[in-house]
Design a protein around this ligand. Structure first.
Ligand SMILES: Nc1ncnc2c1ncn2[C@@H]1O[C@H](COP(=O)(O)OP(=O)(O)OP(=O)(O)O)[C@@H](O)[C@H]1O
Length: 353
């Protein structure tokens, strides 16, 4: 198996039963996360998401099974050294309150024995990466940060030693919805740029399908489905997964598919194209702009009371073609959720279909 094909993270029948518990918190989970991709772990409260995540950096020791990171046996590694090579971001950040932002971010580089100048340059670089001006924030105390800023510092700290793997446990759980949406979009951009391999625990299906190249659904300690988001939303493995994804799962899926995925063939007759009134910012011809999703197309149809819409890039989407694309069964993807396209899991999930 060549290096590119080796999953960055791989668990094999991983299990953990907490002392005194009657059943395992994690029960025989085999999960593969491809290099440079993001796997979102979802499932009901208590299903074992955090326990599984914390076994990956050995904050929790498994009872059974194997963990391989970049092909190497993680259970034979020294756990402290292992953790220095894995970024970890948790809800409520866990910043050291008595250290300023710079000292918090410098934690792992210091432990790794980096020289002072290298650490200072790195602190500034990662602060800039997460959108905080180093001059303004470097010497702030964690108490002088908003929830969203503190969360950004938490991400900067996790990135400080440039680890290839990042584990995130509900990183935006304590942030207000507006900040949360901004942080999600920024994080998505950052992760793509840096090519990190990420496992993110969330209870929010929308967040999982936005951030994940693949989504792993857990129930009672077991992994019940692991698939690219558009595939998961189109074809949940069973009634439990379908119920967990929500009755609006096909609507959620529309946001992942580019409008081009539903070009009507043959195109409808021109007289069915009713340009209607154009919402502010719409393409002057009334066509849907390039990069729009099928959800945007549906919104524009509702807004304009139209059953068909031209696309700026050519072609026409009709209500019928949109419905068909929303329900179309995706081609079976590889089990590790590796996206088929060269651009891993860009928000336009068509690349995954
Ligand atoms: N340190 C611990 N000691 C004993 N039991 C634990 C411990 N941590 C978790 N558990 C138990 O293991 C099971 C799985 O918990 P875990 O936190 O992994 O679930 P989760 O899916 O992350 O839940 P949530 O979404 O509520 O955070 C639960 O029954 C929980 O009570």
């Amino acid at each position: 198996m060549n290096a590119a094909a080796t999953p960055m993270i791989e668990t094999e029948r991983l299990g953990k039963t907490w002392p005194g518990a009657t059943r395992p918190a994690v029960d025989g989970v085999s999960l593969r996360v491809a290099r440079g991709t993001c796997c979102a772990l979802i499932g009901p409260s208590g299903c074992g998401k955090t326990t599984l995540l914390r076994m990956l950096n050995r904050l929790v020791e498994p009872d059974t099974g194997a963990i391989r990171l970049d092909g190497a046996d993680a259970l034979r590694a020294d756990p402290v050294r292992l953790r220095r090579g894995i970024g970890y971001v948790i809800q409520n950040v866990g910043l050291f309150p008595h250290r300023d932002v710079a000292a918090n971010i410098a934690t792992v580089p210091r432990l790794l024995g980096w020289k002072r100048a290298r650490i200072e340059a790195r602190v500034d670089a990662v602060l800039s990466l997460v959108g905080l001006d180093p001059a303004e924030y470097r010497h702030r105390n964690p108490r002088q940060l908003s929830g969203g800023q503190a969360q950004r510092v938490g991400v900067a700290r996790a990135l400080a030693a440039d680890p290839p793997v990042l584990l995130m446990d509900e990183p935006f759980g304590a942030v207000d919805p507006l900040q949360r949406a901004r942080l999600q979009v920024e994080l998505l951009r950052l992760l793509r740029e840096l090519g990190k391999t990420v496992v993110i625990v969330t209870h929010d299906v929308e967040e999982a399908v936005l951030l994940g190249d693949s989504v792993a659904v857990m129930r009672d300690g077991r992994l019940v489905q692991h698939a690219p988001p558009a595939a998961l939303l189109a074809a949940p493995a069973d009634d439990f997964v379908a119920a967990f994804l929500g009755a609006d799962r096909l609507l959620k899926r529309l946001a992942l598919l580019p409008a081009e995925a539903a070009i009507a063939d043959p195109p409808p007759p021109p007289d069915t194209l009713s340009p209607g009134t154009h919402p502010p910012g719409a393409h002057p011809s009334g066509a849907l702009p390039i990069g729009a999703s099928l959800r945007d197309a549906l919104a524009a149809m509702l807004e304009r009371d139209a059953r068909a819409l031209p696309l700026a890039g050519g072609g026409v989407v009709t209500l019928e073609s949109l419905f068909a694309a929303a329900r179309a069964a995706p081609a079976a993807g590889p089990p590790d959720g590796r996206p088929a396209s060269a651009t891993p899991g860009m928000a336009g999930g068509a690349a995954l279909d």
